[in-house]
Ligand binder design. Structure first.
Ligand SMILES: Cc1ncc(COP(=O)(O)O)c(C=O)c1O
Length: 476
């Protein structure tokens, strides 16, 4: 080796600092074609947009039921005493909640709005698990009267619950939420009682000693998109250890362990390279981690296992279809006489060869809140027989942070091209904002392949329905 040998900067080239470095050196490394997505459950994408408008959320009932059944089987085969509760916050569309209800899910809610929604849909009180750090008094009272399972979050809530149950004849079943270190960083410590310093044990002691309450569940939710199944093994062991302590102190065997949600969908974060199927562990790995611990217990001591998986169940069932409304950038095929915009000029000066083709899509981060973290798969809906080039997909909002994909290789596209954005079934509908634009229609494709409208696009009347204009302001 000569003195002036310098090591190749492999990690720098392939790391997140320069995602295009490797492909820039070998143009064809990008592949000649970006895979297109032509249809969803037999419905050509341009036809869906033609019928229901653009942008458009599309849900596949087939994909949703399949994913739910797969998860259910993965757990029930290993541990028959498993029950699932649907996390309304992950997706609160009535049709989605109702499909999961048909699949045997109960409801998991975290607010008065979600509680009322679950009841309105027909979930009975005992079919509702009520989480969350703030349950207003009126809804706590209703949930108690209707027999929902409260997961108590903090001492002030425990004080209030004790006050509300003091005249009951029968004890009320309740759970407590607990936060613990399962090896995941950051540790979610906002919710529940701390395990490590004995706080959770003290809360459990107090509940067990109250004749008006019965401690039914120990609950934890360690985070979301957890890629380490072993974290669940740790969480299960830690909750079981507390259950043992309570059993030996009070001769009360807690009936249920609720391990929350957090299992990942086949999605990627921005910093990750895929494919997601290779990065994300299968649900069976999570089922093994949890049930191996539970199955070591003598049969009589095995608790009911409850899971509140959200993202894993619904994310891949959801697509957003969005149309290209403008093309910008140096690499835009330019008509004669068109000059460079300021942005193009800046890119030419500053970024040089790294400049991209920029597309403006008719949907923005008002509909895709999770695009801040997740690297959605963006595909054209027709075959374009030209090599892909570095591109960026901007959203339609008049704000600089509205970018759906900062780096994505796409073939040259034109105004009017429809893109699919996937998977977007988790959290995007429930966190969507009515900011600047109307929220679009949502369609569900049933198992026979028929698309049905399940939420109409917003209109001015709908959006303004709750506003009141004082008469003195009505005239100019
Ligand atoms: C208490 C609780 N359970 C379940 C979920 C669903 O989580 P996930 O979508 O990661 O499965 C959440 C989400 O934050 C939650 O807070």
């Amino acid at each position: 080796m000569t003195q002036d040998y310098s090591q190749p900067m492999i990690s720098g080239e392939l790391g997140s600092n320069s995602p295009n470095a490797a492909v820039e050196r070998n143009y064809y490394a990008r592949g000649m074609h970006v895979p297109a997505l032509f249809e969803i459950d037999g419905n050509p994408i341009p036809a869906l947009v033609g019928e229901f408008g653009s942008p458009l959320f599309v849900f596949s009932e087939h994909a949703l039921r399949n994913k739910a059944r797969h998860a259910r089987e993965a757990f029930k085969r290993r541990y028959p005493k498993t029950s699932f509760a649907w996390s309304f916050k992950t997706n609160n569309l009535q049709s989605v909640c109702q499909i999961l209800r048909q699949e045997g899910w109960i409801a998991e809610v975290v607010s008065d709005f979600e509680y009322e929604k679950a009841r309105h849909l027909g979930f009975a009180g005992p079919e509702i698990v009520f989480n969350g750090p703030y349950k207003p008094r009126h809804i706590l009272q209703r949930a108690i009267d209707e027999g929902a399972l409260l997961h108590i979050d903090n001492w002030d809530e425990l004080n209030l619950v004790e006050e509300l149950v003091k005249d009951r004849r029968q004890p009320l079943d309740v759970g407590i939420r607990i936060w613990l270190d399962a090896g995941i960083r950051p540790v979610w410590s906002k919710f529940g009682f701390a395990l490590a310093n004995g706080e959770a044990e003290r809360a459990a002691d107090r509940i067990v000693k109250n004749p008006k309450l019965r401690l039914h569940t120990l609950h934890t939710h360690i985070g979301t998109y957890i890629l380490a199944p072993d974290a669940y093994r740790t969480a299960t062991q830690k909750l079981l250890a507390l259950r043992d302590v309570i059993h030996s102190k009070h001769d009360h065997l807690i009936e249920c362990l609720d391990l929350g949600g957090g299992f990942p969908s086949n999605s990627l974060l921005h910093s990750m390279t895929g494919p997601a199927e290779q990065v994300v562990p299968p649900i069976e790995a999570y089922a093994d981690a949890i049930t191996e611990v539970l199955n070591k217990l003598p049969e009589k001591k095995r608790p009911l296992l409850r899971l509140e998986s959200g993202r894993h169940i619904v994310d891949e069932a959801g697509y957003l279809l969005t149309t290209v409304v403008a093309v910008k950038g140096i690499n835009r095929p330019r008509a004669e006489g068109e000059s460079l915009s300021a942005r193009d000029y800046k890119e030419q000066l500053i970024s040089g060869a790294d400049s991209k083709v920029n597309y403006i899509a008719d949907a923005g981060i008002n509909l895709l809140y999770t695009s801040a973290w997740y690297r959605f798969d963006v595909r054209p809906s027709r075959m374009v027989a030209e090599p892909p080039v570095p591109s960026r997909v901007y959203g339609s909002l008049c704000m600089a942070i509205d970018v759906i994909r900062e780096h994505v290789d796409l073939p040259p596209l034109a105004v009017g091209d429809v893109l699919s954005v996937h998977p977007v079934g988790a959290y995007n509908i429930s966190q969507s904002m009515q900011f600047i634009a109307y929220r679009p229609a949502v369609v569900l494709i049933d198992e026979s392949g028929k698309p049905e409208l399940i939420r109409a696009a917003e209109t001015l009347d709908e959006v303004q329905r709750l506003e009141r204009l004082p008469s003195r302001l009505a005239e100019k």
